[in-house]
Design a protein around this ligand. Structure first.
Ligand code: MN3
Length: 199
């Protein structure tokens, strides 16, 4: 089994003005492309060949850094492209909204907690909304780690993630990460996040 770079469900320019087309194209083809190729190289001929990433992440601390960094990079970007959508301005509804209200008090509180987690990542990493023991939590991980990994401080099932590596925003936002985080809320695919919550 070989991991493949997924196609996006939308054009590179579809998320403008929130994420620009050039950033999307470089991010997908070069960055995600490199994680994909290096992940395949890292597991080729090892005991990990044929295993799912979810399985590998459970014991990631026992595996080489190349598997952790590129496996995380591959998985995290797959999720990221899916939870972005050109249908701007939507908000969560139904069971997902109820769960957000229950865990965070309100959607506004959740946005604040998630945005703070994203802004507070020192250097490169990700902010996450995770389902953890029936509760929702906002958390973050460094580098290409994620909440499925045994090394994560908050473990759970990632429902949505925001890439706060500089490569995700620097062309358009330069050092203004908070502006990128604020723009992100306009392009969340809440139907996809809800699907992951209900699964
Ligand atoms: Mn990235």
């Amino acid at each position: 089994m070989v991991f493949e770079l997924p196609k996006l469900d939308y054009d590179y320019k579809a998320l403008e003005p929130y994420i620009d087309a050039q950033t999307m194209e470089i991010h997908h083809t070069k960055h995600h492309g490199a994680y994909t190729a290096k992940l395949n190289d890292a597991i080729k001929g090892t005991e990990l060949e044929g295993k799912s990433l979810e399985d590998i992440f459970k014991n990631i601390s026992e595996h080489p850094a190349g598997v952790r960094n590129n496996g995380g990079g591959y998985y995290n970007h797959n999720l990221f492209w899916k939870i972005l959508s050109p249908r701007s301005g939507e908000e969560p509804t139904g069971d997902l909204l109820n769960a957000i209200n229950k865990s965070f008090g309100s959607f506004e509180n959740f946005k604040n907690e998630f945005s703070t987690a994203a802004a507070s990542v020192f250097g490169s990493g990700w902010a996450w909304l995770v389902k953890s023991n029936g509760e929702l939590k906002a958390t973050s991980t460094p580098n290409q780690d994620n909440p499925l990994m045994d090394v994560a401080s908050v473990k759970g099932i990632p429902l949505m993630g925001l890439d706060v590596w500089e490569h995700a925003y620097y062309l358009k936002y330069q050092n203004r990460r908070p502006d990128y985080i604020a723009a992100f809320w306009n392009i969340v695919a809440w139907d996809e996040v809800a699907k992951r919550y209900l699964k």
